[in-house]
Ligand binder design. Structure first.
Ligand SMILES: [Zn+2]
Length: 58
């Protein structure tokens, strides 16, 4: 399966890891902040805060 990649240098969209226009590196343009790992760590932070509230530490 091929992915659309975006050039870091000139923002050109390409299927190749090297941009055909400028030779720069092309990467997956999808933002990383929606990764499952981030969501899980956010959940753990909330769980920890609730635990501290129950103990009267906040
Ligand atoms: Zn480029």
């Amino acid at each position: 399966m091929k992915h659309i990649l975006k050039c870091l240098s000139c923002s050109n969209y390409t299927m190749q890891e090297k941009c055909p226009s400028c030779g720069g590196d092309a990467v997956n343009p999808k933002p990383a902040k929606y990764s499952p790992e981030d969501a899980y760590s956010d959940y753990r932070r909330k769980a920890k805060k609730e635990t501290m509230l129950k103990k009267g530490l906040l």
